[in-house]
Design a binder for this molecule. Structure first.
Ligand SMILES: Nc1ncnc2c1ncn2[C@@H]1O[C@H](COP(=O)(O)OP(=O)(O)O)[C@@H](O)[C@H]1O
Ligand SMILES: [Mg+2]
Length: 271
């Protein structure tokens, strides 16, 4: 089996008259982890919706493994769509179903398999994300990080050729976010033929997981290349963008609160 790349050709996407992204030309390489980076509201989720085929482009095309997604007949489109696993921003678990039932959905919706077998399949991927002990829990009994991990388990249960993740680390504390990154890397390494696309504005995550980076800014793709090329870029905007995070990180490490403020705070919190 061959991994699929994702190509954008003169792609514009948006809603009605509102063009969100203009004239995107880029390739997300087959079998690699691509990070689509951009500020809040710049159109990352919108682009993802188009890769999944939920929305049609205003103009231009998206090619998945060489096939123009929006020119396929229904059956061929469904065949491509089946090869995509998606982790939505909030995990998108159904509240009325247990974790195991949620995770098994991509299989139970389409395959006639006995219940015990589905449960076994769900346990297998829950084990991979460290949640097997929570198989019978409901989503609202879990933390945000656990829901995202469950969403990931569901996204990979059907062994997709393309794994798409919308902000897998947003809203998580740094330790939980780092665990999620490690999990994504492990997942990607486990499936040789998988192309992974992660939408993010998390620069720490970018540096941990990305092979390839697509940077969106003000409705355009301002960079598409390897992580090393991004780090080496002398573009003023990209330099500033990448440095900002480094500065923030250093501030957190090297600027403890004033001892007097710290002592006063501690006294007040104890009182
Ligand atoms: N269903 C929708 N209908 C109309 N406009 C939308 C819709 N969803 C998102 N938008 C608009 O598209 C732009 C990009 O949104 P989105 O793709 O969600 O950004 P991001 O995921 O990068 O934060 C925003 O201006 C947003 O208001
Ligand atoms: Mg979004």
């Amino acid at each position: 089996m061959q991994a699929w790349d994702i190509q954008f050709h003169a792609l514009s996407v948006g809603y009605g008259n509102h063009v969100v992204l203009h004239d995107i030309n880029a390739t997300l390489p087959a079998g690699q982890i691509s990070v689509i980076l951009g500020g809040s509201g710049c159109g990352k989720s919108t682009l993802l919706r188009h890769i999944i085929g939920l929305s049609r482009p205003l103009t231009g095309s998206i090619r998945i493994g060489g096939e123009d997604l929006f020119r396929l007949d229904r059956q061929a489109f469904r065949r491509v769509r089946r090869q995509m696993g998606v982790l939505f921003q909030d995990g998108a678990l159904l509240g009325a179903l247990t974790l195991a039932e949620n995770v098994a959905l991509p299989l139970s919706e389409h395959l006639r398999l006995p219940k015990p077998l589905l449960h076994e399949a769900a346990l297998r991927v829950l084990r991979m994300v460290g949640l097997e002990d929570f198989a019978r829990f409901y989503p609202n009994q879990l933390s945000g990080g656990m829901r995202k991990r469950a969403g990931l388990a569901r996204a990979i249960i059907a062994e997709p050729r393309i794994l798409l993740c919308d902000e897998p680390t947003s809203g998580l504390d740094p330790v939980t976010a780092a665990r999620m990154d490690a999990l994504l890397l492990a997942m990607h390494q486990q499936y040789e033929h998988m192309t992974t696309v992660v939408v993010s504005h998390d620069l720490a995550s970018l540096r941990t997981i990305a092979d390839h980076v697509l940077v969106l800014r003000e409705g355009r793709a301002v960079f598409s290349g390897s992580l090393a090329e991004l780090e080496a870029s002398d573009d003023a905007y990209l330099r500033q963008f990448l440095r900002r995070e480094a500065d923030e990180g250093q501030m957190a490490l090297h600027e403890p609160p004033h001892p007097q403020v710290q002592a006063a705070l501690e006294g007040w919190l104890r009182s």
